[in-house]
Design a protein around this ligand. Structure first.
Ligand code: HPA
Length: 267
């Protein structure tokens, strides 16, 4: 049995057999939704091969259970490329997610905005991305499945549902292109100017490798950034991880309402 299959059966033994509909990977300061799930929490260190996510503000456990009538698997922490230089660190967790029956993945992250019309505290749904870090989690994959098309990486159908959910909740939900920088240092003002020329609307240090992996595994994907700051050089704010976590609070509240409304309106 593959690692993913045996992990999935170990998880089913603890959390029950019902198939999972959707996975959620929650970003910095955005992990509280996991506490609302009625179900089973399994710390990552009890799941052999799951990454040890060491970033403060993240919650390294897998929670499987019911959220508003839908069976979800919440990854309370993601592994970031900047922790180890391995873009494929979330490959096993995402393979396990598909083994558990999921067909969708919802990601959240904290990001810096390049758009004056999407200020801190607002949400930006990803319509596309730029892989500025240049790393790819499928390097070394042997099969031709590695040639994953990314023309529709962010599901138009889920995005339409999320726009409806946002409208129903009175939440402004703009869309834009997320630009992945490896981190952990923040960007320079020149890098932000370059990103603007390239067509990036927000910058962050996550999400893109998981989106590529999720598409590789055939999952439908949606991702939403909680904007915590204007990108470097666009305001006088001093950027830090502390700042990201404190500023994520406003976005987290909106994100939680958005996800709840999306799930409760889902057939
Ligand atoms: N840059 C990169 N990652 C981030 C930022 C940023 O400005 N804000 C939150 N995460």
């Amino acid at each position: 049995m593959s690692d993913a299959k045996s992990l999935a059966s170990a998880i089913r033994e603890r959390a029950g057999d019902a198939p999972v509909e959707m996975g959620l990977i929650l970003g910095s300061g955005l992990g509280h939704l996991a506490d609302a799930v009625e179900g089973t929490a399994i710390p990552y260190d009890e799941l052999t091969g799951f990454p040890h996510a060491g970033v403060s503000g993240h919650n390294p456990k897998l929670v499987i259970g019911d959220l508003l009538g839908h069976r979800v698997a919440i990854f309370g922490a993601r592994s970031h490329y900047y922790e180890h230089g391995n873009a494929a660190a979330m490959r096993l967790p995402l393979e396990v997610l598909t083994e558990l029956g999921a067909s969708r993945l919802f990601l959240t992250n904290a990001a810096g905005s390049l758009r004056e019309d999407i200020p801190p505290g607002e949400l930006m749904m990803l319509s596309d991305h730029i892989n500025f870090a240049g790393a790819n989690p499928l390097i070394g994959e042997k099969t031709d499945r590695r040639f994953v098309p990314l023309g529709d990486a962010y599901s138009p159908a889920i995005r339409a549902d999320l726009h409806r959910a946002a409208e129903a909740e009175g939440i402004t939900l703009k869309e834009g292109t997320y630009t992945w920088f490896s981190g952990p240092s923040f960007e320079t003002p020149a890098e932000i100017r370059a990103t603007k020329v390239l067509g990036g609307d927000a910058v962050g240090m996550s999400t893109v490798p998981e989106v590529i992996l999720a598409r590789f595994f055939g999952l439908e994907v949606a991702a939403v950034s909680a904007i915590t700051n204007m990108a470097q050089g666009m305001s006088d704010e001093k950027l830090s991880h502390e700042h990201t976590k404190t500023q994520a609070v406003a976005g987290a509240e909106k994100l939680e309402r958005l996800i709840r409304r999306y799930l409760s309106d889902l057939a």
